[in-house]
Design a protein. Structure first.
Length: 137
């Protein structure tokens, strides 16, 4: 379904794709243990419940990110191609995710290893979304 040049089915698929990247990224056999060592207070929060609400918010936020990326790619040109989409995704990640979140991490005196895990997740999610938005018919 195209509306104002945006394929909203592709946006939904890309949002789900970004969410799945996060789900796999933080599993116990991927980067989950490293992230928990950098953020030990989170384990208590995770065990206290409310996971469904957190996952719903994560899915919504991933979908918003996919929609904004779709808008940026639309402005870059409808037939910009996969390479342009991946570069745009990486640059958006660098400027609007990696750089400001590093400042937040340093100012709040959190562990940089936790930042690295989080921003790595965000980069991969952005690239997967860029791929899905470009590859979707």
């Amino acid at each position: 379904m195209m509306l104002n040049g945006i394929n909203y089915v592709a946006v939904m698929v890309a949002g789900i794709g970004g969410f799945v990247v996060g789900a796999v990224w933080y599993l116990p056999f991927t980067f989950g243990p490293l992230w928990l060592r950098a953020n030990p207070h989170v384990l208590e929060d995770l065990e206290s419940g409310g996971r469904l609400r957190r996952y719903a918010v994560a899915l919504i936020c991933s979908s918003v990110q996919a929609w904004v990326l779709a808008l940026c790619l639309l402005y870059a040109g409808r037939n910009a191609g996969l390479g342009t989409a991946l570069v745009a995704g990486a640059l958006l990640w660098l400027g609007f995710t990696a750089a400001p979140s590093l400042v937040d991490t340093l100012i709040s005196r959190r562990k940089v290893s936790g930042w690295a895990v989080d921003t790595g997740h965000r980069l991969l999610a952005m690239l997967v979304m860029a791929f899905l938005l470009t590859a979707w018919p």
